[in-house]
Ligand binder design. Structure first.
Ligand SMILES: NC(=O)c1ccc[n+]([C@@H]2O[C@H](COP(=O)([O-])OP(=O)(O)OC[C@H]3O[C@@H](n4cnc5c(N)ncnc54)[C@H](OP(=O)(O)O)[C@@H]3O)[C@@H](O)[C@H]2O)c1
Length: 332
């Protein structure tokens, strides 16, 4: 039996839908069965979170191959706690309730992953396909990429077979990296990113889940070209018909002025939800997200998408043409 985690989300939902289209039987392990996609050949099993080792052990019993979506990072977790996940800005009419108007509880994504991986190994899961990131190293520039390194190490450590899909940054979120005034501000220097679409990543994941020959393999997953932020801004200009520019910052300047793109919205959102602004750690996460581009950690283009799926990878221009909804906040 093949099991899929995260099917109520964007990436896991795409993977589950593709498997159903191929006629593959699957078990969807979700926190809330009401939100699980309704798909032919899919059974739905509930477990409250990755850290629910007993619930996960029950849900994973009889499973040999598992697709594991990485758990929410600390920023997504705080939105989830407040009930406004997947929104880039807090809605104007949002009113925190007394239950939401409280400190965000402590959260450790690697601990969530550890509980899940140990539970999987204990009930006999043979193989985990895991969405990692390109810069997953213990000392990665991007702070959140270190979680992925530790997760890969945990999976290797319990002796399971694995396939690690180290994705580049999502093309789907490029427009979200641009502030409403049409400027991308961040310490990305002259570095390049090989933006990849969630759809291409999902196709690669499904190939590794359904074909043999990917055991103990680690693949980078990128789009077909690597763009500087100035070139990225230019592509956004073409798609939106608006003037979009890139304003480079040093990491120090970004941190001190807290003017890196996205931070203003995120800070306002957090104040509305909890009465407090974002923490220094969260500022560092956003700053390091851009800085990893400057260091060249995301610049390499690879052929994993065409090789494993048989179709070319979508470019950023393709994505923007097909998804105008991704940049509506930039239309003035
Ligand atoms: N490359 C990039 O640019 C980029 C950008 C953003 C994110 N990412 C990564 O991509 C991953 C998947 O992205 P996505 O777009 O599919 O995210 P998403 O739409 O937020 O979906 C995440 C899924 O994982 C589930 N989940 C998260 N934490 C969990 C936990 N602790 N226990 C149980 N279930 C949990 C969620 O369940 P619920 O629906 O119940 O919450 C949801 O189904 C993210 O986790 C992140 O690591 C990459």
């Amino acid at each position: 039996m093949l099991a899929v985690l995260g099917s109520t989300g964007q990436l896991g939902g795409r993977v589950a839908a593709r498997l159903a289209n191929l006629g593959v039987a699957q078990r969807l392990i979700v926190r809330d069965p009401k939100r699980a996609p309704k798909l032919p050949g899919a059974e739905v099993v509930q477990a409250s979170s990755y850290s629910d080792a007993k619930g996960m052990g029950r849900a994973l019993t009889g499973v040999d191959t598992l697709f594991m979506v990485s758990a929410h990072d600390i920023i997504a977790f705080s939105r989830h706690q407040a009930g406004v996940k997947n929104l880039f800005v807090v809605p104007e009419d949002y009113k925190p309730t007394s239950a939401q108007d409280k400190e965000i509880p402590a959260y450790d994504r690697v601990q969530q992953h550890a509980a899940l991986i140990y539970a999987a190994a204990a009930v006999g899961v043979q193989r985990i396909v895991y969405n990692s990131v390109m810069s997953a190293e213990a000392d990665a520039t991007f702070i959140l990429a270190r979680d992925h390194y530790h997760t890969e190490e945990l999976i290797r450590g319990v002796g399971l077979n694995f396939t690690f899909l180290r994705m580049c940054l999502y093309a789907d979120r490029v427009a979200a990296h641009c502030s409403n005034d049409g400027v991308i501000r961040g310490p990305a220097g002259e570095g390049r990113a090989a933006w990849v679409t969630r759809d291409d990543l999902a196709d690669v994941i499904v190939a590794t889940l359904t074909q043999s020959g990917h055991d103990r393999c680690t693949y980078d997953v990128t789009g077909p070209e690597s763009l500087t932020m100035a070139e990225t801004a230019e592509q956004l200009s073409v798609a939106t018909g608006q003037k979009i520019t890139y304003q480079p910052q040093t990491p120090h300047e970004a941190r001190v002025t807290r003017s890196v793109s996205g931070l203003d919205n995120y800070d306002a959102e957090r104040r509305a939800l909890t009465g407090r602004g974002v923490s220094d750690l969260e500022v560092d996460i956003l700053v390091s997200h851009f800085h990893q581009i400057a260091t060249g950690e995301l610049a390499t283009v690879c052929d994993t998408v065409p090789k494993l799926t048989g179709h070319p990878a979508h470019s950023l221009a393709d994505y923007l043409k097909e998804h105008p909804e991704s940049y509506q906040h930039l239309i003035r």
